[in-house]
Write a protein that binds this ligand. Structure first.
Ligand code: UFG
Length: 371
């Protein structure tokens, strides 16, 4: 592994290891003979949803190893102290190096392709990244003695639920390849436990929203809240995908959950597994649904400007209504949303996006208002 370090403006050092096939330079913790007890591996740790969890782990003083290929993020928002291995999740060299260089006591597996619409157009890519590469990780975890895995699953495993709010024992009936790949990996975890005693929690996020800490603009941005805020700030007109759904205002309804609450859910799931609690799937959502039209109204209130919008056809693979029944996570994990009010999530996203724009160079196309 090739080591690279970057000194940041705040004087702190960020360490990267690149898994590029050169295995001469091993993870330094190993070379120094000081394998830290129980490092935590976070795949996809440089991403939007993992960020608040990584920040909490570092604040707790844990040794955090992030495995990320930086395909959708730059890594610049990672807190100092993180050991960052730049490689894909299924990279055999990187996995070997990580599991021989550190004693991994827990794994948070976030890394995935996660755009529903894109998965409809490129299903095989989704199987390759979300199933095949995840299985390579799982094999390595099992071989390393089976530290508990907390897996980023999704409400997309339910498809169009027959019951709303949807409980965890509802049938898994995904209607897009993204949800299908998440369901497949949940089943792999189940069978790995039957055969090898692998402990796991699959956290079925509803719609991750809000922000905590730094914001990295995405190109293209496909998610509703940042798209609405960008439109309010003078960017592209918002396209409302479907205004003829069987909902009170005709627009699709989602259960938005703050990324800070999701981070707490991950910590609670790991505590649960470590204290001998049963493996299984948990919904992480607020239990409240908001329509696209209601999100627009909230954003107009936060920004103080109208959101220019136009009606557009339904997006392929989109269910009309998704709302969680979060009572299992509340009862078993002792988890409850605290920051998932719609206005708070929209305001936090707005503040973070504005912070990112303030830090961007003039004319930076990645700033708020441009997508
Ligand atoms: N929408 C618009 N216009 C936009 C963007 C989104 O009308 O410009 C609509 C969508 O059609 C959908 C709703 O806003 O009805 C929410 O869309 P998002 O793209 O923000 O989120 P999704 O519900 O499609 O997907 C999210 C995650 C997935 C996860 C899914 C589970 O991105 O990873 O929630 O519900 F699988």
């Amino acid at each position: 592994m090739r080591k690279e370090s970057e000194r940041r403006a705040d004087g702190r050092e960020l360490i990267y290891y690149h898994a590029d096939g050169d295995t001469a330079d091993r993870a330094p913790a190993d070379r120094a003979g000081e394998r830290p007890a129980d490092a935590v591996l976070v795949t996809g740790g440089a991403g939007y949803v993992a960020g608040p969890l990584v920040a909490r782990l570092i604040r707790e003083g844990q040794c955090v190893v992030v495995l990320d290929d930086l395909s959708t993020s730059s890594g610049r928002t990672l807190p100092a102290g993180v050991r960052m291995v730049r490689a894909r999740v299924g990279d055999a060299v990187a996995l070997r190096e990580i599991f021989s260089g550190w004693r991994i006591g827990a794994v948070f597996h976030f890394a995935a392709d996660s755009r529903v619409g894109e998965s409809m157009r490129q299903p095989l890519e989704y199987y390759r990244h979300n199933v095949r590469e995840s299985l390579a990780l799982l094999e390595q975890v099992v071989a390393a003695g089976g530290p508990p895995i907390v897996f980023s699953s999704s409400a997309a495993v339910y498809g169009i639920p027959g019951v709303v709010p949807v409980p965890e024992d509802a049938p898994l009936a995904p209607i897009n390849p993204y949800g299908e790949t998440k369901a497949v990996f949940e089943r792999a975890l189940h069978w790995a436990e039957q055969a090898h005693g692998q402990r796991w929690a699959a956290l079925r996020y509803f719609n991750a929203a809000g922000a905590e800490g730094a914001w990295e603009p995405k190109t293209p941005e496909t998610h509703l809240i940042p798209s609405v805020l960008a439109a309010a700030a003078g960017g592209e007109v918002l396209r409302v995908f479907g205004d003829d759904y069987p909902t009170p205002d005709g627009t699709a309804i989602r259960d938005y959950v703050h990324v800070a609450d999701l981070a707490e859910g991950h910590l609670a799931a790991l505590r649960h597994l470590r204290s001998g609690g049963a493996s299984g799937a948990f919904n992480l959502g607020s239990g409240t649904g908001w329509s696209v039209a209601e999100v627009i109204v909230a954003a107009e209130g936060v920004v103080g400007r109208q959101v220019p919008r136009q009606a557009a056809p339904r997006r392929a693979g989109d269910p009309p209504i998704l709302i969680s029944d979060p009572s299992k996570a509340e009862r078993v994990l002792g988890w409850k949303v605290r920051r998932s009010g719609l206005r708070e999530m929209v305001a936090d996203a707005w503040q973070a996006m504005r912070g990112a724009t303030a830090g961007a160079a003039p004319g930076d196309p990645a700033g708020v208002g441009a997508r």
